[in-house]
Ligand binder design. Sequence first.
Ligand SMILES: [Zn+2]
Length: 298
Amino acid sequence: MSADFRADLLTSGLLVDSGVAGLYARSGTFEKVVRGLEDLVSSAGADQRAPVLHFPPVIPKVVLEQSGYPRSFPDLLGAVSVFEGDEELHRELLELLDQGQEWAGLLSSSQVTLSSAACHSLYGSLSGRLPAGGRRFEVFGHCFRNEPSLDPARMQAFRMHEFVYVGEPDGAVAHRDMWLERSADLLSSLGLPVETVVANDPFFGRAGRMLASNQRSEALKFEVVCPIQAGEPPTAVASSNYHVDHFGAAFAIESADGEVAHSACVGFGSERVTLALLATHGLEPARWSARVRDLLWP
Ligand SMILES: [Zn+2]
């Protein structure tokens, strides 16, 4: 593992810098690893018989509000602003552009925001009563987090691949526990030196610190972590979360017995797992061991 992994990724062309911290183009080779990984994760969850949903990078603003994200993570979210002015406002816009001044203040907020987690887009469609045993979904989504960083594993725009359960409490806990083990096994099988740790979400502010400490003491969130950058603490490449009744209450979802539904999700960070593979096995996937290549590209 190199001392400057980011520089190696850029030199090799696996990532192309956009000029904004944490925003990159990915090469065809990088994407081939992402696709292999997506297929491997999908086949690991084939027994779930979960319908597949691919979500766009934007989410209705009302759904983001319902999810509670703006209350708990205001510092990480992003909203989409659009131009809704007349020709006079356009002239103002042109002037600001010509003067090289900030112009986005002339825009209005739209009905969409950037998606923060792939599973947030799912819950709105599940309002009402679920069948006995709950429902499972496999979801893919683009996510945004406002945390510009030079750490290549902390991108502003990235993808998540999740398996979500919504239904009874014991079903949600079982889903979380089963996927914690299964995700750690899957990543170990790829030769990644992973560990499983109790974790918390980065809730904002003083009230957030209490939420984070409750999440830890109740062991609701686990992460599978892996070293990516030499000299830095290991990075979460997957996480397995029990949301209790948070989304069930927010989106009026009931389990078959009429109680507020509980939910759980496992999420794989597609870019982060790919970076962990590149850091562990080298920057040329064609030269990775036959064992790893056969798993990714059978
Ligand atoms: Zn999720």
